[in-house]
Design a protein around this ligand. Structure first.
Ligand code: SAH
Length: 395
């Protein structure tokens, strides 16, 4: 077995069960492993620490498969896949939901592998050399363990480049039923374009937060910023909102949002789907003295890593400050960050700064996070990327 021998003292993170080894911790690599191949991680004095996949092109040079001295083979992956499926079964997401994250990479002890289930179709994203090395084996096992027959691959995330991997998109197993699938989420229907949509097609991580908006929406004038295909908008309408103004820069996403409203027999006349830039439109609304009872801010990732946190903080502060100004007395702000580089503590500080500068005396009434199909390993806190706050602006 090829091996990575760590520098003296650099085994500490592994002893705390963190699954990554950075290039700077490595003393030397024995036997030139191939990209994605399995390697042993050994301490400086050659003690076995973990078995991992090798990423020769990435700063994260190895990712742990297991801390036990056992073979990495089809049986190993079968056990891991089974355990991920069991955890989702435990939480009883069905029957009014048929779309959820089945495998969430490091959190499910399968670094680099993301699998979302949309009804009877699995969408797989392979992000690292290790998950790529085992992809065909994993695809076969996924079908055996779920009893399904179709896997679509959306391995086109930018991070693949860091691993020296080309993007790959297309059918991996079975035949494509149709490019647009109809899924259920808490009883509402959504069209998901798994070929062209963002990520694997839909933001399943926001499921419970969308339901929360549905519960709070009654009789409110709502502004849904960064609405994509209408996840929050459809829920707001289903919750009997008085009106919903939804903004996104993507015309295609808005077209699908409109279809999703119609698909659920919700009143299209209460919805205003507007193509534009949220940063500009919020300013325009401020200048026009517009106001809303509830504002949802679910922007794209401003800071994938901590290095971009400062610039991201300015972006978050900008939109949240404007939102606080546009909120009516007794208004509700539902605000999110999905940036890995901005943690919950920093995010709360940014929102506090935004309220202060807007002259709003707001309260936090709820902390929000990603759904339970996106669990966070206690040893890999990086898995907690989505944080949100529901803030109340008293009258
Ligand atoms: N809330 C959505 C997910 C939002 S994803 C849901 O629940 O499904 C972020 C969205 O922001 C994308 O649809 C993207 O097209 C849009 N976007 C990115 N930058 C934008 C900008 N400056 N103005 C408006 N929309 C933007």
């Amino acid at each position: 077995m090829p091996a990575i021998i760590l520098k003296q003292g650099r085994e500490k993170s592994l002893l705390r069960r963190h699954p990554w080894i950075f290039s700077g911790a490595i003393h030397h690599v024995d036997d030139e492993p191939a990209s994605g191949a399995t390697v042993d991680l050994l301490s400086f004095d050659k003690q076995f620490l973990a078995r991992a996949s090798y990423s020769p092109h990435s700063q994260i040079r190895a990712r742990v498969w297991t801390f036990q001295d056992k073979p990495i083979d089809a049986d190993f992956f079968r056990q891991r896949i089974r355990s991920a499926i069991h955890s989702r079964d435990t939480w009883n997401l069905t029957p009014d939901t048929n779309s959820y994250r089945l495998i969430y990479a490091e959190s499910d002890h399968l670094p680099g592998l993301i699998v979302d289930r949309y009804g009877d179709v699995l969408v797989l994203q392979s992000l690292t050399a290790g998950s790529e090395f085992w992809k065909e084996t994993i695809a076969d096992l996924l079908l055996e363990e779920t009893g399904l027959s179709t896997i679509y691959e959306r391995s086109d995330a930018d991070v693949r480049e860091l691993e020296g991997l080309e993007p790959r998109v297309g059918i991996l197993r079975g035949t494509m039923p149709e490019s647009r699938l109809t899924i259920y989420e808490h009883g509402l229907k959504f069209l998901v374009d798994i070929e062209h949509g963002h990520k694997t097609g839909f933001y399943v991580d926001q499921r419970k937060n969308r339901l929360r908006v549905r519960e709070l929406a009654r009789d409110k004038d709502i502004l849904d910023c960064f609405c994509y295909t209408g996840g929050f908008t459809v829920n707001a309408l289903a919750g009997a909102a008085r009106s919903v103004l939804s903004i996104d820069s993507s015309g295609e996403a808005l077209a699908l949002a409109k279809e999703n409203i119609i698909l659920n027999d919700l009143p299209l006349d209460k919805a205003n789907l507007t193509e534009g830039d949220v940063f500009q439109l919020l300013r325009k609304f401020r200048d026009e003295n517009r106001s809303f009872d509830m504002i949802i801010l679910d922007p794209p990732k401003f800071a994938p890593t901590a290095a971009q946190a400062e610039r991201a903080a300015r972006g978050y502060k900008d939109i949240n400050l404007l939102a606080f100004k546009l909120l009516r007395p007794n208004g509700i702000l539902v605000t999110f960050s999905c940036s890995g580089g901005v943690d919950a503590g920093l995010f709360q500080k940014i929102i506090a700064g935004a309220a202060l500068d807007a002259g709003a005396e707001a309260q936090i009434v709820e902390h929000l996070s990603q759904g339970l199909d996106h669990p966070v390993s206690l040893h890999f806190p990086e898995g907690a990327y989505l944080k949100g706050l529901i803030c109340f602006k008293p009258g």
